[in-house]
Design a protein around this ligand. Structure first.
Ligand code: PGA
Length: 252
């Protein structure tokens, strides 16, 4: 299957910075055909980035959305609006949204269903905190998040799962350690088993499960070489064209 490498810029980059990034980045990944490359900028520059990415091998995603198509929801953005400006993907259920904006599985589930209904491909984030991991609850947390966020989803083929152990996310610290390739692989395999139980073997095998949490040029190759790691969701290392291009070029 084609690996997917997505940039999660979080609340970073102004219009001017984004244009300069894309100019350089496009050149660096020009020949790359084996990976699906996605950039998820902040809302204010999604449309600008969309224009800059025209006729390139780079796709566009958003970092969040609301589940209603329109209405009195001050401050929110709808799937229709994202589709209109060229988004193909949308990150949903990121741990920072769960932690800082109180998103729970039931809200994320509504968003996943709405995204699919409107032709957007969700990148659904799941992952345990450090505390949950040390208490031996990793599998329970992953199972709970997957089952509840994917409730009533009929077809998994357009969904990407991002395994993002919260304790490995850099939060801007370039020295933060990622999960080891063995630990990441173990969770990816577990996630695939859960998907198999719900959607069947064939669907589980063809669903991309990508890794996020301090993926960077130094560790991307070994993580992406693991059999059940099908790509990456990259935060800090996606903010500079050179390091993000190096991650993209680390695909197996
Ligand atoms: P990071 O972020 O690569 O900076 O750890 C990944 C993410 O939170 O999606």
């Amino acid at each position: 299957m084609q690996q997917l490498i997505a940039a999660n810029w979080k609340m970073n980059r102004t219009a001017k910075e984004a244009v300069s990034f894309i100019k350089k980045f496009k050149k660096l990944v020009k020949g790359v055909k084996d990976a699906e490359i996605v950039i998820c900028p902040p809302f204010t520059i999604v449309e600008l980035v969309s224009k800059e990415l025209k006729n390139s091998n780079i796709k566009l995603g958003a970092q969040n959305m609301y589940f209603e198509n329109a209405g009195a929801y001050t401050g929110e953005v709808s799937p229709i609006m994202l589709k209109e400006i060229g988004c193909e993907y949308v990150i949903l259920g990121h741990s920072e949204r769960r932690e800082f904006f109180n998103e729970d599985n039931s809200l994320i589930n509504k968003k996943v269903i709405s995204a699919l209904k409107n032709g957007l491909k969700p990148i659904l984030c799941v992952g345990e905190t450090f505390e949950q991991r040390t208490q031996g609850k990793t599998d329970d947390v992953l199972e709970d998040q997957l089952i509840n966020c994917l409730k009533d989803v009929k077809e998994i083929k357009d969904v990407v799962i991002a395994y993002e152990p919260v304790w490995a996310i850099s939060r801007g610290n370039p020295n933060q350690k990622a999960a080891t390739k063995a630990d990441a692989e173990e969770s990816h395999l577990f996630i695939r088993k859960i998907l198999e139980g719900v959607f069947g073997k064939e669907s589980a095998i063809s669903t991309r499960i990508i890794y996020g949490g301090s993926m960077k040029p130094e560790n991307a190759k070994e993580l992406l070489a693991m059999p059940n790691i099908d790509g990456g969701l990259v935060g800090n290392a996606s903010l500079e064209p050179k390091s993000f291009a190096e991650v993209v070029k680390s695909i197996k």
